[in-house]
Structure formats: structure tokens, C-alpha cells
Design a protein around this ligand. Structure first.
Ligand SMILES: NC(=O)c1ccc[n+]([C@@H]2O[C@H](COP(=O)([O-])OP(=O)(O)OC[C@H]3O[C@@H](n4cnc5c(N)ncnc54)[C@H](OP(=O)(O)O)[C@@H]3O)[C@@H](O)[C@H]2O)c1
Length: 240
């Protein structure tokens, strides 16, 4: 007789230490979920451990390192846990005219926003498929739908992630795995604290990060046979 296949569902959020990812973790914890939060620095993750409901498990890993992703999923397997929700939220951006972008900046964006997301997703799909359930959320951007000056390298990753998202949505339909693409406009998160020259941007006119997190949490709360395929969300003030 074959062994029963245990299903202990967990939610995984990359880029959980701050910004939109941290708010997504808080929202998932309120639903009582077991949430694995991934990011390179541990400090922001530790704050989430204190939350009252659900269970938060911090994982200080770098998604540009394939071996760290592999170790993470091995840990889930050993604990008989299966990803029910994967939110690929981690991302980085360097904004410059194309001729000034360094190779290192280009590679960091590609390896984080595209390759890291691909590896996180591939490992999740392999574990979701046998159970015929799961939701994958990819944090793209309006910069993956329209051109913005200074954003050539970032656009490559977000247009690429848009394509990846659309294809896997079709591949995974018959396995009842939902794939959601999220396209926020400028959002007033910690993102902008690290962008040189962003001091002059009207941060107060940007989207509050809570609104982006809420839109995703609402989509996740839909019945399992309903998929909100795309969430395009901007501040009423539009783009900057
Ligand atoms: N803010 C906006 O205006 C905006 C608009 C549209 C789309 N987005 C997208 O939304 C997502 C979240 O952005 P945010 O605004 O919340 O930015 P944020 O405040 O800068 O947060 C980014 C998160 O990604 C994590 N991260 C970066 N590199 C990582 C790596 N190699 N491995 C693991 N974690 C990594 C960071 O943690 P560590 O540094 O500790 O690793 C941090 O937790 C990004 O994908 C971004 O492209 C943002």
C-alpha cells in the first residue's frame, strides 16, 4: 500500500522583511496561516515573529542563490509541508539611463526579479501539482506593461516576469493552480528610500503599500476555483 501523502499547507512570501511583503505576511498571519517569510536580512523578519495569530517562520535567505532556495524547499519537505500560496514579492531596481547601468546592477536585477523568482516558482509548482491546489502570486509592476525612462534593466525583468506569469497560468490551469499577476504603480514603501534622486518624488501621492497588500489578500480569499488573473492598481494621481 502506498504511503498517504500528507498535506500541511504553508504560505511563502519573498521580500518579507519590509515594504509590501511585510504587510502581506501580517495579512496572511491574521487568517491563521503558517507563513514562511524570506529575505536576506533577518531584522525585519524577527519583528513579524511577534504577531499574535498564525505562525511566522523567518528565513533569512537570498533568492539569487539557488542552493539557498533548494535548502529551503528541502526543509519544507522534511517537515511534510507543502506550499499552498507562494508570493514572489522580492525585487530590486536600479534607475538610470541605459548607457549608465552597470553590468552588476543589470545582473542583480535579472538574478533577483527573474531567476530567483523562476527558481522559487519551479520548486513550488513541483510540490503543488500532486495536490491539485495552490496559488502563485507574482509581483510585477506597471513598469512591466509600459515604458518609463531610466527603467530599461528593471523593465526587462518585469516584462519578462509578465511573460513568465502568463505562460505558467495557462500551463497550470488543469492542475487547479491559480496564477495572479500584480501590477502596482508607484507605491510609498521602503523601496524609494534606497533610490538615489527619489527625494523629489511626491511620496504622499503614491499608493499606500497597505492598499497593494489588501488587493492581493482579497484575491487570495476568492474561492479556489476563481482566479483574479491580473491586479493593476495605481494611485488616483497616476504615474510619476
Ligand atoms: N514600491 C513600488 O513603487 C513598487 C511598484 C511596483 C512594483 N513593485 C514591486 O513590489 C515588490 C516589493 O517592493 P517593495 O516596494 O515592498 O520594496 P522594498 O520595500 O524595497 O522591499 C523589497 C524586499 O525584497 C527583499 N529582497 C531584495 N532582494 C532580495 C534577495 N536577493 N533575496 C531575498 N529577498 C530580497 C528585501 O529584503 P532584503 O533587502 O532584506 O533582502 C525586501 O524585503 C518588488 O518586486 C517591486 O519590484 C514596487
Amino acid at each position: 500500500m502506498s504511503k498517504p501523502n500528507p498535506y500541511h499547507p504553508v504560505s511563502i512570501v519573498t521580500g518579507a522583511s519590509r515594504g509590501i511583503g511585510s504587510l502581506l505576511c501580517e495579512g496572511l498571519l491574521k487568517t491563521g496561516a503558517v507563513v514562511y517569510g524570506l529575505s536576506r536580512s533577518g531584522a525585519g523578519l524577527d519583528a513579524l515573529v511577534q504577531k499574535e495569530s498564525g505562525e511566522f517562520i523567518p528565513n533569512p535567505i537570498d533568492i539569487t542563490q539557488p542552493s539557498e532556495i533548494e535548502q529551503f524547499y528541502t526543509h519544507l519537505d522534511e517537515n511534510q509541508q507543502t506550499p499552498a500560496v507562494l508570493i514572489n514579492n522580492a525585487g530590486v531596481g536600479f534607475y538610470k539611463h541605459a548607457e549608465n547601468l552597470t553590468l552588476e546592477e543589470w545582473r542583480t536585477m535579472v538574478e533577483t526579479n527573474l531567476t530567483g523568482t523562476f527558481l522559487m516558482t519551479q520548486a513550488a509548482i513541483r510540490r503543488m501539482k500532486p495536490h491539485k491546489v495552490g496559488t502563485i502570486v507574482n509581483m510585477i509592476s506597471v513598469a512591466g506593461r509600459q515604458p518609463f525612462r531610466n527603467g530599461s534593466g528593471y523593465a526587462v525583468t518585469k516584462y519578462g516576469l509578465d511573460g513568465f506569469t502568463r505562460v505558467i497560468r495557462e500551463e497550470l490551469r488543469k492542475f487547479k493552480i491559480r496564477v495572479i499577476g500584480v501590477y502596482p504603480g508607484a507605491t510609498n514603501s521602503t523601496w524609494w528610500d534606497q533610490i538615489p534622486g527619489s527625494e523629489n518624488l511626491p511620496r504622499e501621492k503614491m499608493l499606500p503599500p497597505e492598499m497593494v497588500a489588501n488587493a492581493i489578500l482579497n484575491a487570495l480569499a476568492q474561492p479556489a476555483d476563481v482566479v483574479t488573473e491580473e491586479i493593476v492598481i495605481r494611485s488616483i494621481h497616476g504615474n510619476y
